[in-house]
Design a protein around this ligand. Structure first.
Ligand SMILES: NC(=O)C1=CN([C@@H]2O[C@H](COP(=O)(O)OP(=O)(O)OC[C@H]3O[C@@H](n4cnc5c(N)ncnc54)[C@H](OP(=O)(O)O)[C@@H]3O)[C@@H](O)[C@H]2O)C=CC1
Ligand SMILES: O=C(O)[C@@H]1CCC=N1
Length: 270
């Protein structure tokens, strides 16, 4: 199966909120035309309504090549029956729902349904996401196509086992929220040190954005890059002594944060 199959047979997007829209926006930049896509969403956004040629809450094609499931896990029981008849064969189901396991889809859609489970993140909205993928045996032949689709919105990575998906969710799926919170905390701390709010926020955003890009592009490890900032007996060392405390600093806090997100993903999957 390849992108031509999507164009010939259609792609159905079940749920088109933040994540579905980020991905659709990426595909419409070149991989697909609006007429190739059927969107099912009870309250379509103004942006969706404005796309000429998009099949919005229209009758579905008989055998679409792929159904992308982008509803919240809690809505799954209500949403999935709308595409249940497409289970059991030629249509591939690609899910981005946190926690919802491949086995649960097989139970809901019937044995033999090709299922790919994926975990993207919201930097997809600017083509800078990363998506992890895992498939059942029937879905494995469609992994190349899923990667092609998802690489329109950033990097992709295949997991060795689906079991890794909840940890991935805790790290990169939810991760952007941790980083946005870090930006807020950094700006608030700057304000507390006497900076005007707008300046503090501008400094915080540029620092996190620039450091993230440097970490991604540099041949040096984050640890080396951190050392480059840290002059002996200087200001950074004073700050890091607080941040890197193994009992009260960031390491135990981030460990607990990621563990809580992964545990919630496992819970949602039940
Ligand atoms: N946001 C993120 O950072 C990430 C999200 N995900 C996963 O993506 C999925 C979607 O999350 P997100 O985009 O944030 O959530 P949103 O709430 O923004 O999007 C879900 C969409 O599904 C719609 N919907 C609700 N019920 C139905 C139904 N019965 N049939 C069809 N559509 C329905 C909602 O409509 P309405 O608003 O009217 O209820 C909404 O537009 C989740 O499973 C989440 O785990 C994965 C990775 C990252
Ligand atoms: O918060 C959530 O459940 C979703 C999954 C990963 C990011 N957002």
């Amino acid at each position: 199966m390849n992108v031509n199959d999507l164009r010939e047979r259609g792609l159905v997007l079940l749920g088109c909120g933040k994540m579905g829209s980020a991905m659709l926006e990426g595909w419409l930049k070149g991989a697909l035309e609006p007429r190739d896509v059927w969107v099912i969403d009870p309250q379509p956004s103004d942006w969706l309504r404005s796309i000429d040629g998009l099949n919005l809450n229209a009758d579905l094609p008989e055998r679409p090549a792929l159904v992308l499931v982008a509803v919240k896990p809690q809505m799954m029981e209500d949403a999935l029956p709308q595409v249940k008849t497409l289970g059991g064969g030629g249509t591939v189901f690609l899910s981005v729902a946190a926690g919802t396991t491949i086995e649960r889809y097989e139970r809901m859609l019937g044995d033999g349904t090709p299922v790919i489970r994926a975990m993207p993140n919201t930097p997809a909205a600017i083509g800078r996401g990363i998506t992890a993928l895992a498939a059942n045996a029937e879905g494995a032949p469609a992994l190349d196509l899923a990667e092609t689709l998802l690489s329109a919105v950033g990097q992709t990575v295949r997991l060795e086992t689906e079991d890794q998906m909840d940890a991935v969710t805790g790290v990169s799926g939810s991760g952007p929220a941790y980083v946005f919170h870090l930006i807020d905390c950094l700006a608030k701390a700057g304000e507390a040190e006497g900076l005007p709010p707008e300046l503090a926020m501008r400094l915080a955003k540029a620092t996190v954005g620039g450091a993230g890009q440097l970490a991604e592009n540099s041949p040096k490890s984050p640890e080396e890059l951190r050392r480059d900032v840290t002059s002996p007996g200087g200001t950074t060392k004073a700050g890091l002594d607080v941040l890197m405390d193994m009992e009260t600093g960031l390491p135990p806090l981030i460990r607990k944060t990621v563990a809580a997100a992964a545990a919630r993903a496992r819970e949602l999957g039940r």
